[in-house]
Design a protein. Structure first.
Length: 199
C-alpha cells in the first residue's frame, strides 16, 4: 500500500465498531438518517433519533457512543464536533469529513463476508459504484460458497488433525477461487490521462 496520506484531504483508518447495547444517536429526519439508524439497530445498537436538528443540545448527545448527523448543516456540525471532542463520542457528519471523527463506509454483505468501502469523503458516488459492482459479484452463489467453506472448516476442526494440516486443508479448499476486476473511467479523465502521457 502506497503512503499517500498527504495527497488527499482526508484519509480514514477502516475499523469495525462493536455497537451492541450501546447508545447511538442519529440526527435528522431524512431517508439517510433512517437508513443509518436501521443499520445501527441491525448491529445491536440502542438507537435514539433526534429528528429536529435545531433543537439538538449538548446533553442530548453527551453520553452517546456514536452520533451520526445527516443534515449537512455546517453550524450544527461544528457544534457537534466540539461536543464530540468534549465528551469523547464518535461523530460522523454525513458528507462533511472536516466535522467528523469517523466516516461511514459503503458496505457490501454476502454470507459472513463484509467489505467496507471508503473514499475518504472524496466521492460518495464512486463508493456507491464500487458497492454495486461488488454486490453483483458477491451474490447468492458466493454466499453459498462461503457457507460450504464454513461447513468444511467445522468438519476439519472437529477431525482432530494437527493445526498445520487444518490450515493446509482450508487453503486448498479455497485455492481455485478467482476474482477478476476491471474499471472503465469517465471520458474527461481518459482525456486528461492521454494529455499527460509522454509522446
Amino acid at each position: 500500500m502506497s503512503n499517500e496520506s498527504g495527497a488527499y484531504d482526508y484519509l480514514f483508518f477502516p475499523i469495525g465498531l462493536n455497537v451492541r447495547e450501546r447508545r447511538c444517536v442519529v440526527i435528522g429526519d431524512d431517508g439517510e438518517a433512517r437508513e443509518k439508524g436501521a443499520a445501527l439497530q441491525a448491529a445491536g445498537a440502542e438507537v435514539e433519533y433526534l429528528r429536529y436538528p435545531p433543537l439538538v443540545g449538548e446533553q442530548m448527545v453527551a453520553d452517546a457512543f456514536v452520533v451520526i448527523s445527516t443534515p449537512q448543516d455546517e453550524a450544527l456540525s461544528s457544534l457537534l464536533l466540539a461536543y464530540a471532542e468534549r465528551h469523547k463520542f464518535l461523530l460522523c457528519c454525513i458528507d462533511q469529513p472536516a466535522y467528523s471523527t469517523v466516516a461511514m463506509q459503503a458496505i457490501v454483505e454476502s454470507g459472513p463476508v463484509r467489505v467496507a468501502i471508503s473514499t475518504g469523503g472524496v466521492s460518495p458516488t464512486v463508493a456507491a459504484t464500487l458497492q454495486r459492482a461488488l454486490a453483483r459479484a458477491l451474490d447468492a452463489r458466493f454466499a453459498r460458497f462461503m457457507l460450504r467453506l464454513q461447513a468444511i472448516r467445522r468438519r476439519v476442526r472437529g477431525s482432530g488433525a494437527a493445526a498445520a494440516s487444518r490450515r493446509r486443508h482450508m487453503r486448498e479448499a479455497a485455492a481455485d477461487l478467482a476474482v477478476e476486476v476491471s474499471m472503465r473511467y469517465p471520458a474527461w479523465f481518459e482525456a486528461e490521462e492521454s494529455e499527460q502521457e509522454p509522446h
